[in-house]
Design a protein. Structure first.
Length: 221
């Protein structure tokens, strides 16, 4: 993803990022497409923003695009699609490239925002990681959510979201209402660990352990 500093917003964990994105993008009466089965806390965030939820099935190749298209034709106020395209929760399937490109094309055509939750992007078994949907060249309407909690520990509440300037402005104003003070010392500590390449070395060690003994679906649930 090619981003400027102004397009990245730091939060206290990915759940805060999801909550802020939901309230920045949605109004009462809007609809969100969400994976089925899917991530319950995401449903709760969108419900709190007074949005209607429309479930889209997930198969062996990810979210079913034909169902997305059918909903778009029947519901004119669909404002977002929430996806976990890599290691989908709880099925662990990966959205294939063809469907990724189709989803981006639909987003550009209908104007809805693709909200991608990439909670464990750093952990992968293939030589090259699967790139975010929002990194595709034609992607325009997106919110990308990530977290440091899976890299280090759940107690480390540092997440982030990336989007266009208008969304970041709305998220900034919402953050001021619920949390005016950032965790400056912890963020600077993590930044130093990144600069010193300690995080990279830690990821190499943990990825090797995951490769030797991959988690099961039951472990992740």
């Amino acid at each position: 993803m090619r981003l400027s500093n102004e397009q990245v917003f730091i939060t206290r964990g990915s759940q805060m990022a999801m909550f802020l994105a939901a309230h920045a993008l949605l109004q009462p009466g809007d609809h969100v497409l969400i994976e089925n089965p899917g991530y319950k806390p995401a449903r709760e965030a969108f419900t709190h923003a007074c949005a209607g939820l429309l479930s889209v099935n997930v198969d062996a190749h990810g979210i079913v695009i034909d169902e997305v298209t059918a909903y778009l034709k029947d519901y004119p106020n669909i404002k977002a699609v929430y996806i976990i395209p890599r290691h989908q929760f709880p099925t662990t399937v990966t959205l294939n490239l063809r469907r990724r490109m189709e989803l981006v094309a639909l987003s550009n055509l209908y104007g809805f925002t693709t909200i991608q939750d990439d909670y464990d992007h750093e952990f992968h078994y293939s030589p090259r990681p699967v790139t975010p949907v929002s990194s595709l060249g034609r992607a325009r309407n997106y919110v990308y959510i990530g977290s440091m909690s899976k890299i280090v520990a759940p107690a480390l509440r540092i997440g982030y979201l990336a989007s266009c300037a208008s969304v970041i402005d709305k998220v900034t104003n919402l953050r001021k209402i619920i949390d005016v003070q950032i965790d400056f010392m912890m963020e600077q500590t993590v930044f130093q660990l990144i600069q010193d390449r300690e995080v990279r070395r830690h990821l190499k060690r943990t990825t090797l352990l995951l490769y030797l003994q991959p988690p099961t679906v039951t472990d992740q649930i």
